[in-house]
Design a protein around this ligand. Structure first.
Ligand code: ACM
Length: 400
């Protein structure tokens, strides 16, 4: 026989957040195996955030050894991170399965773990998000982050390099009191902290370009006026379809990963307790129906859809402290996402999908994957989320 097939979308992605809870190499390889099986081809690796920095950087070793301590549920866990040797091994493992890994080093917000290790680059934050930002006013910050990105760029052969750029306002009010940021704003004629953010991101975009990579960022990047030829936008704020339209009308190559229905930390069944709920939840059917069922509401046109490179699910791991929880939230929604990414709308049939899933569920049972079973929700009961130790990590200063 001869099979002719082609995917609807070139980018069929899955993002794993390692900062809130660390999965480790064996688990990542299992997830890559399952991605490959369902012909998903982009693994977006969220390696840094407030709670942890999860990748060794040779020039700045404390990023991993100090920034890697703690997780969302316990600030006292010993350092957990990938060595560069492990990273190379996982990148090769993925490539052998036709999966490209896109690393994300989030900036200038979500920088708390880095600031724990190297407080001299902190731009401060708020009581709720202390030391949330990098200091965009110090020249040393640009040198530091460019050094870090140079090591990252050498480890990951992907053309894409993700610099986050989301939710900076959680901490950037502190810049109004920071003498270095204030001096920068006076020197460059920047009237607002948003303009300082824009200045920072444009300079870091230059670093990305200098390293021979193409910038990826969350949809906040649309405020920064970056060159659409040189950046890729991940649209995540489902409550801001205007933002999606701005991305597509601005001719930005765009990945659709709206919280609803593609954040897999949202619960998937009305009876589940552990996970986010926002005007309803993210059931399997909605993932399968994505994206066409939303097109009309977003004002999609054929000109706009021409800029959509693909779709992606994001697993934020605040409540994913065990393998069971990651499995439970990922499967079988990943299978529905694969089919949504792969199939043209006229051949999609949810009933047929569920019939074909019978064999997949049997294989998950053999593999010991703790999936949510929509046929029989009692098959794998919902695993409880973590008990969260609320205490802030102690303020540390590791100066020699
Ligand atoms: C995000 O969920 N902050 C991209």
């Amino acid at each position: 026989g001869r099979i002719e097939d082609a995917p609807r979308y070139a980018w069929r992605g899955y993002m794993l957040d390692e900062a809130r809870h660390f999965s480790g190499a064996a688990r990542v390889k299992l997830l890559l195996d399952q991605m490959a099986r369902f012909k998903m081809n982009r693994f977006h690796w969220h390696l840094t955030d407030e709670q942890g920095w999860r990748i060794e950087i040779k020039g700045y070793p404390r990023l991993a050894t100090v920034g890697g301590t703690g997780c969302h549920s316990n600030p006292d866990t010993p350092a957990q991170y990938y060595t560069q040797e492990e990273i190379r091994d996982i990148v090769a493992y993925a490539a052998a399965r036709h999966i490209e890994i896109i690393p994300e080093i989030d900036m200038p917000g979500h920088a708390t773990a880095s600031n724990r290790a190297y407080p001299e680059y902190s731009g401060g934050g708020t009581e709720q998000h202390p030391d949330f930002t990098f200091n965009v006013g110090k020249e040393e910050t640009y040198a530091f982050l460019t050094d870090v990105l140079r090591e990252i760029a050498a480890l990951f052969p992907s053309e894409w390099l993700h610099l986050g750029g989301d939710e900076v306002a959680y901490g950037s009010e502190a810049w109004k009191q920071d003498p270095h940021v204030q001096a920068l704003m006076a020197r460059e004629g920047l009237a607002t902290v948003k303009q300082a953010e824009r200045y920072f991101m444009r300079r870091m975009a230059d670093s990305v370009r200098m390293l021979g990579k193409t910038l990826v960022g969350w949809d906040e990047l649309l405020d920064l006026g970056l060159d659409p030829q040189r950046s890729l936008i991940m649209w995540w704020r489902h409550d801001k379809p205007d933002c999606l339209r701005r991305s597509l009308d601005g001719a930005y190559t765009t990945i659709l990963c709206p919280r609803k229905p593609l954040y897999f930390d949202f619960v998937q069944h009305a009876d589940h307790k552990w996970g986010r709920i926002w005007d309803g939840f993210c059931p399997l059917e909605n993932v399968y129906a994505f994206p066409d069922a939303w097109f009309e509401g977003w004002g999609m046109t054929s000109e706009r859809s021409a800029h959509i490179l693909g779709i992606q699910a994001n697993v934020w791991s605040e409540l994913m402290h065990t393998a069971e929880r990651v499995d439970f939230m990922t499967f079988p929604r990943l299978c529905a996402l694969s089919e949504a990414a792969w199939s043209q709308p006229d051949v999609k049939d949810y009933g047929d999908f569920m019939r074909r899933m019978e064999a997949v569920f049997a294989s998950f049972d053999r593999l010991g994957i703790y999936y949510f079973d929509p046929r029989n929700p009692g098959h794998h009961p919902e695993p409880a989320g973590p008990e969260i130790i609320k205490r802030q990590p102690p303020k540390m200063d590791f100066r020699d």
